[in-house]
Write a protein that binds this ligand. Structure first.
Ligand SMILES: [Zn+2]
Length: 169
């Protein structure tokens, strides 16, 4: 049996099958409030009434305690601390940075949950505890979308102490 015949009769190992799904997503009260705020350049989280943890973005209820957050919102800074990071070497849609780029888990100041985003920095500079700030699109381009934030960028502040973010690793 030739190599070609063997290949033709062997098991199929890889099947390329592009798939795409479109969703009509109803944002609901909590996400609507969050998205309207981000259209104004504000980052809104919500505080759990049981333990006071601030969720960002909020889904309107606490996944730990099963209680709703109500209408109270907490405005957060667009500065934060890198908790963890990854170097990405494969292309991805809707990323404003060239390869390789850095994805980061950012703990925004005042939040108790992490935000996953990208960082514009030299690969050799990124590290846990690094202080960063959001870089926004020009004001006239803001919409009700998290894409208003293009990426994060390091800022000239001392690294956060490990104790301040270790529970989020
Ligand atoms: Zn809770």
């Amino acid at each position: 049996m030739s190599a070609k015949e063997e290949q033709a009769s062997g098991p199929v190992m890889v099947l390329s099958c592009p798939i795409s799904l479109d969703y009509a997503y109803s944002a609901g009260q909590s996400a609507s409030r969050f998205l309207r705020a981000i259209a104004e350049g504000k980052l809104l989280g919500q505080r759990c009434p049981v333990d006071g943890r601030v969720y960002f973005p909020s889904r309107g209820s606490c996944p730990m305690h099963g209680v709703t957050f109500g209408d109270d919102a907490v405005e957060l800074s667009d500065k934060g601390t890198i908790v963890t990071f990854s170097i990405v070497r494969v292309p991805s849609q809707n990323i404003a940075l060239p390869l390789p780029y850095i994805t980061v888990n950012v703990l925004l100041d005042g939040a108790d949950t992490i935000l996953i985003h990208v960082l514009d920095a030299k690969l050799e500079d990124v590290h846990m505890g690094m202080r960063v700030q959001a870089v926004w699109k020009p004001r006239e381009e803001w919409t009700t979308s998290t894409a208003n934030i293009l990426y994060f960028r390091p800022i000239d502040e001392p690294d956060a102490k490990y104790e301040t973010y270790k529970e989020h690793i």
